[in-house]
Design a protein around this ligand. Sequence first.
Ligand code: GYE
Length: 363
Amino acid sequence: MVRRNMKKRIKKAALAATLVLAAVCIGGCGNKEDKDSKNDKNDSQQELIDVGFSQLGAESDYRVANTESIRGTLTKQNGFNLSFDDAQQKQDKQLLAIRKFTQQEVDCIVLAPVMETGWDTVLQEAKDAGIPVIVVDRRVAVSDKTLVTAWVGSDFRKEADIACEWLKKYTEAKGIAPEELNIVDIQGTLGATAQIDRSNGISNAALKYGWKLYAQVPADYTQAKAKEVMAKLLQAYSDINVVYCENDNEAVGVIEAIEESGRKAGLDIRNGEILIISFDAAHSGLSLVLEGKIALDVECNPLQGSDIARLIKAIKNGEEFPKYTYVPEQAFSLDDTVKSVTLEDGDHEITILTEDIFRNREY
Ligand code: GYE
């Protein structure tokens, strides 16, 4: 054991040196199929790569799919020996898990952080031990950028901007004036990157376009909390006509609250329906798009396993790797009033959801 750790330490010192040379930012690279990571196994005689994965929780369908994607790819068969830790949405538990992985001298730590701040010390400890850290999904706000070896995840601000531009175009097409929109934002876990970027997206758009944003209330990305919060909002504001839900599980809870209050979720604002916007495009969300209850669902892609596996191997082998990898995403609606929206980086098509597309989705 002692000798193994010594050997690992020497390997890590060499790795830490090559990391600095190897990290190159070559922009986003797509989510290649899991095949890739499976193909490059010839590792039967090779040592498995020890990976510690600190997952923030199991609060949503996105999260469950994200865990499955990563656990399903970092398998022994693919050359990995994975230790998994579920922090149940508690940062303290994630800090403990990272310290444990550092003490175990794993070859790589994968961290899906519950919030942005508070990581400097533990990540410095991992770096001092020569352990590369791959952050996935949300981001960490650290003063020393080299504490993060690489990152894989989504552009949450772009997701939000697509949603807001769609709302602008849709309501314009229906002849609804900006000041007629009475919006509430059901926020995610406060301090999480996805929450910060999605909340900023809607508050900026409301300001820019003259929409009324009645309230922004956190609901921790869960169905139960969102239902509770929405029931109160419906009592406080009788003329809400748009709900911006920061994930699908929240949208499910919000729709329950709307229906229990005697109102309807749908696209016909003029006839008293409440228009729902959501994020993730998980199975639960897309089935509500098909039912016409969610107007627009912007995908947040949890399938990051193959990108992560590829990164770990590149880091280990001292090969070049991208510092930031963005997973591909699209936006879905049943309604074809808005065919595409234009952001600074160009046009983004809105996918008109069909039964076929729905059935063939991976999560
Ligand atoms: O949208 C939500 C989840 O950080 C992208 O976290 C993630 C968000 C996702 O629980 O469903």
